[in-house]
Design a protein around this ligand. Structure first.
Ligand code: DP6
Length: 320
């Protein structure tokens, strides 16, 4: 009746942007991501406390805005006739810091809810349930470098490489903590309906995934850098050309990109990626992390940096 699970956020290098089926939240394209390790969300689920409705607490406060999505996810995992639940979520990184907090939250939620309900679904079944709540959450069920394949009516998710097999570091340069102007789900729907680039984005995704897969298999950092930066800029071009346009960048975003370009020109192995927000994320081999962190922290407007290696997928940490 009670279970606690933990999961880490993930950062996509080949991005999920676009939905094949909005109701089922099926992604229109596959994606490839890095699961982080030092940032986490811990979810506690208790069924049957006798409450008349579900209760959700996030970092010590009631969270009404997320309640509906959480309750719907609990229904899918435990069935609509389940007892009401009390859900307590805690993260060691701020929501709005540009990390997909919904990815680690829903990945941890499905694991905790399944165990609290006495079910033992396999990892892939849990990934599919997490993906229905938030597409990127499906990837946080797995560790290291993860690929999500988008089928006609289903997804497949698996780890391409263990975390220890390629020691990469992700450094997030946080430059703003104000809420994003448009939520990513809504932005994707707008892009599919209005951007003239959407069809070519979808058509070319398989080629980017194949290039990224090859680079991962060969531990080819330059190859991964090339496809990741290109894929990220294509996604943002699609956002910019949506109507009305969606621009998540600010001047500090550009300054961080320039700082990374200068590091690259000086021979440092590093590349950037960005998601539905203004923060720039730099990826580099672990032994280049000091130089990259120092450089990004010195960019005017960067409030702070967060750093993480690659980690494991979502897991149960307690059950009674
Ligand atoms: C830019 O997973 O937040 O981070 O399925 O609507 O919840 P929903 O979308 P979400 O979108 C993530 C978009 C992205 C790219 C990525 O993580 O692949």
């Amino acid at each position: 009746m009670h279970a606690v699970a933990e999961a880490q956020p993930n950062i996509a290098l080949v991005k999920y942007w676009g939905k094949r089926d909005i109701g089922e939240n099926l992604p229109a394209v596959g994606s490839l991501s890095l699961t982080l390790d030092s940032l986490w969300t811990r979810m506690q689920v208790d069924f049957g406390g006798g409450g008349r409705r579900d209760e959700l607490e996030v970092n010590g406060k009631p969270a009404a805005a997320m309640q509906v999505r959480v309750s719907r996810c609990l229904d899918r995992v435990a069935g609509v006739d389940r007892p009401r639940a009390r859900v307590v979520s805690e993260s060691n990184f701020p929501i709005g810091a540009g990390l997909a907090s919904s990815a680690s939250a829903f990945a941890a939620l499905v694991v905790a809810a399944a165990h609290a309900a006495g079910k033992e679904p396999d990892q892939l079944a849990l990934a599919k349930l997490a993906g229905q709540a938030s597409g990127s959450a499906a990837r946080s069920l797995y560790g290291g470098i993860v690929e999500l394949k988008a089928g006609e009516s289903d997804i497949d998710v698996y780890s391409l490489l263990d975390a220890a097999a390629w020691p990469l570091t992700v450094i997030v340069a946080v430059n703003s903590e104000i809420a994003k102007p448009v939520a990513s789900g809504e932005a994707m729907i707008r892009g599919a309906a209005t951007s003239p680039f959407y069809a070519s984005w979808v058509a070319r995704q398989e080629a980017d995934l194949a290039a990224a897969r090859r680079a991962v298999a060969a531990r080819d950092f330059a190859g991964l850098a090339g496809v990741a930066e290109h894929n990220c800029l294509k996604m943002h071009s699609l956002m910019w050309t949506s109507r009305p346009p969606i621009v998540y960048w600010n001047p500090v975003t550009i300054a961080c990109l320039e700082a990374i370009r200068e590091l690259q020109a000086a021979g440092a192995p590093v590349f950037f990626t960005m998601d539905a927000g203004p923060q720039v994320k730099a990826v580099c081999p672990a032994d280049a992390a000091d130089e990259v962190r120092t450089t990004l922290a010195a960019v005017p407007g960067v409030k702070r940096t967060m750093e993480s290696g690659l980690g494991a997928g979502a897991r149960l940490v307690d059950q009674t």
